[in-house]
Each structure stands twice: as structure tokens, then as C-alpha cells.
Ligand binder design. Structure first.
Ligand code: EPU
Length: 338
């Protein structure tokens, strides 16, 4: 374990933002993690995993701890399902492909989500009708102050839409070191109810899709809509889709009769933030090197030289415009640090 100084974080965040870490350490074992957390001469520590859900707005005058602990173990295996223990530093999409290669079902709709396994519970990653919580059993985490291990069950995690205990009361207190997932053995029951998947499969004349067919469909849809962070810096959806009350929704729909929406309960409705942003004229717009993606208005992009501050300013400009036009607040789903 080597603590380095003044390290560029450009290749450690998918926005591709140039920012320096005053100190930087890569962690590949639990032992190293424990040791680094015990170092009292570095009081400020920031954990960075896959870097796919952060906007770094300044140089970080702290010790950046990059979690890169690898490994996949089968904990149990019966006729119906397997339980996997996956270490935090495994790449999420590589894990999805590994499960498909082994014919374990459940993660196929979550193909091509950037980031690592250790951060997947923090925002309960989700796409195309499936969320991490659907396969999640538990996770192990190290308490930052005591270095003790704690197991969080599914109910402990308090999962919600892009939300968990790790974004709320447990924020900053734990480092997730591994995640246990329960996956199905065949015969699989793939979830193809999401409109875009249905039409993709129909176009390919696939009536009884395998989990690989679903994964391929999701990959094709995502490639069309979402920019590849290697080619164009981004962090997926920048904002969460806002949820509004029934009363507010009635007024909203009255003023915007064609607007898309999803009813999520008796009394609440979710509005696609992408639609709100597009209506405000931001889709495909560019301000210097910061911009809004041309195929998905929910994705902010870095054309190369944008700073975290510039992207943050653009995000604020969008929030203000949406609030003024629709009276709806939209909030970032990415973590803003710096
Ligand atoms: N829409 C627009 N303009 C756009 C894009 C979309 O008006 O530029 C409207 C369309 O009416 C569309 C609706 O928004 O029907 C929803 O769009 P989409 O299905 O692409 O989903 P989303 O709400 O924009 C969410 C997740 C994505 C996830 C997709 C698919 C959030 C914040 N985002 O996006 O997650 O892949 O659904 O399930 O919930 C991510 O979190 O990084 C992410 C990419």
C-alpha cells in the first residue's frame, strides 16, 4: 500500500474531470483498508470507488481512498438459486456478464451500468424495471471509526428510488466491502415489461428471450441513448426523476396535457426529469465544454475540458429553469464532492 501525492483524478471519475487528490491510495485488501483507516495523520479521507456517480468540483485536499478489492465467491448453490459474495472493487457490468455466462438470472436488466459493485447499494442502482434491491441479500461494510465489520440486511439498507441508508443516516460512516446477491437458476423469468425492452425484442423477432437476449437488448438501448464515458465524460442520469403529490400533479397535467408520467402510489406521481429539461430547451445545448447530451436530456456531459464547477453551474441553471417553468424541484442523483 503506497500513499501517493498530487494524483490526477481524471481517470478515476467517469465525467473525466481534471482535479488533484492531495493524497491518494489504492486499496486491494481488507487488511490495507483497515490500516489506512487507522492512519491518524490523514484526518480527511474521501472514498472513491468506480467514480461513476460523482461530480468533483475542486481539488481534494484529503486522502482519496480508491477501493479496488476484487473477488466473486459462491456462498450457496441449490436447484433454484445461488448466493454470490462479490467484493466491492468488481466492475458492475463485468459482474453482470459473468452471471449471464453462468446462466444466473436477475441482473440482466442492469447491464452496462457504469461503476463498481461496492457502490451499487448506495443509490440502489436501477434500470428498465429492475433495481439492485430485487437481488440484494446483504452487504458487509467496515465502520470507518472502529474498523469493525457490520452486516446490513436488505431491510437495514432502507432501499428506495435511487436511495438507501448509505445516503442518509449512515452517510460517510461505512465503507461497503462486499455485496451478497441471490440469483435465479433456469428456467428464468426475465422482466421485459419496460416498453423499450419490449420493442427491442420485438424488432429482433425474439418471443421467448433468454437472459442474454434481455441483456443484449438493454445494451443496445443504452448504447443508443447514453454516451460512453470513455468517449464523452458523463455520470449517467445527473438528476433524479421528481416525485410530486396528487394535487400538484393535477395542476401540472392540466398545464401540460401531453407530458409523460408514472403513477407510483395513490397519492404520488413521478415525472421524467429528462422531459422537463428538454421542454426548457436544454437538450443538446453546450456551454463551453459542459453540455446536455443530445439523445438524453438527463445526462450532463463533459466535452473534454469542463471543470466540475462549470458542470455544477450548468446543473444549477437547469434546476432554476425547471423550477421557474414547472414549479418542480429536480435534485441531483450524483454525489457532489469538493
Ligand atoms: N424523455 C424526454 N427527453 C429525453 C429523454 C427522455 O422527454 O431526452 C422522456 C420520455 O418521455 C421518456 C421518459 O422521459 O419516455 C423516460 O426516459 P427513459 O426511459 O430514458 O428513462 P429516464 O427516466 O430518463 C431512468 C433512469 C436511468 C435508467 C432508465 C431506464 C433515473 C434518474 N434514471 O431514466 O438510469 O437507465 O430510467 O430504466 O431514474 C442512471 O441512473 O444513471 C440511469 C441512466
Amino acid at each position: 500500500m503506497k500513499i501517493q501525492q498530487n494524483i490526477s483524478l481524471k481517470s478515476y471519475n467517469t465525467f473525466g474531470i481534471e482535479a488533484l487528490a492531495r493524497y491518494f491510495v489504492e486499496i486491494t485488501t481488507i487488511q490495507d483498508l483497515r490500516e489506512v483507516l487507522q492512519k491518524e495523520n490523514y484526518p480527511d479521507k474521501i472514498v472513491l470507488s468506480g467514480g461513476s456517480n460523482v461530480l468533483i468540483t475542486n481539488n481534494l485536499n484529503a486522502l482519496v481512498v480508491h477501493i479496488n478489492i476484487k473477488g466473486i465467491t459462491i456462498l450457496s448453490d441449490d436447484d433454484n438459486s445461488v448466493i454470490l459474495k462479490v467484493m466491492a472493487g468488481e466492475n458492475w457490468h463485468d459482474l453482470v456478464i459473468w452471471t449471464i455466462d453462468h446462466d444466473y438470472g436477475g441482473l440482466e436488466n442492469l447491464s452496462l451500468i457504469p461503476g463498481n459493485v461496492g457502490t451499487s447499494p448506495i443509490q440502489n442502482i436501477g434500470a428498465y424495471g429492475v433495481e439492485l434491491k430485487d437481488s440484494f441479500v446483504s452487504c458487509e461494510a467496515m465502520d470507518v471509526s472502529t474498523q469493525q465489520f457490520i452486516t446490513f440486511s436488505k431491510s437495514d439498507c432502507k432501499f428506495g428510488y435511487r436511495d438507501s441508508i448509505f445516503k442518509n443516516t449512515a452517510k460517510g460512516k461505512y465503507i461497503i466491502t462486499s455485496v451478497n446477491l441471490e440469483l435465479d437458476k433456469p428456467p428464468h423469468k426475465p422482466n421485459t415489461s419496460y416498453g423499450a425492452i419490449e420493442s427491442e425484442l420485438k424488432e429482433k423477432n425474439i418471443e421467448h428471450p433468454t437472459i442474454r437476449d434481455v441483456s443484449d437488448a438493454v445494451i443496445a438501448i443504452r448504447r443508443r441513448k447514453l454516451p460512453d464515458p470513455i468517449k464523452l465524460g458523463n455520470s449517467g442520469s445527473f438528476f433524479k426523476n421528481p416525485v410530486i403529490t396528487k394535487d400538484k400533479f393535477a395542476t401540472f397535467l392540466n398545464n401540460n396535457p401531453g407530458a409523460p408520467f408514472y403513477q407510483i402510489s395513490e397519492s404520488s406521481y413521478k415525472i421524467p426529469a429528462a422531459w422537463l429539461i428538454e421542454q426548457c430547451g436544454f437538450k443538446g445545448k453546450r456551454f463551453g465544454d459542459a453540455g446536455v447530451h443530445k439523445n438524453q436530456a438527463l445526462v450532463l456531459v463533459n466535452y473534454g475540458g469542463a471543470s466540475g464547477q462549470e458542470l455544477l453551474e450548468l446543473a444549477k441553471k437547469i434546476q432554476k429553469a425547471v423550477l421557474e417553468r414547472f414549479g418542480i424541484s429536480i435534485n441531483p442523483e450524483v454525489n457532489i464532492i469538493g
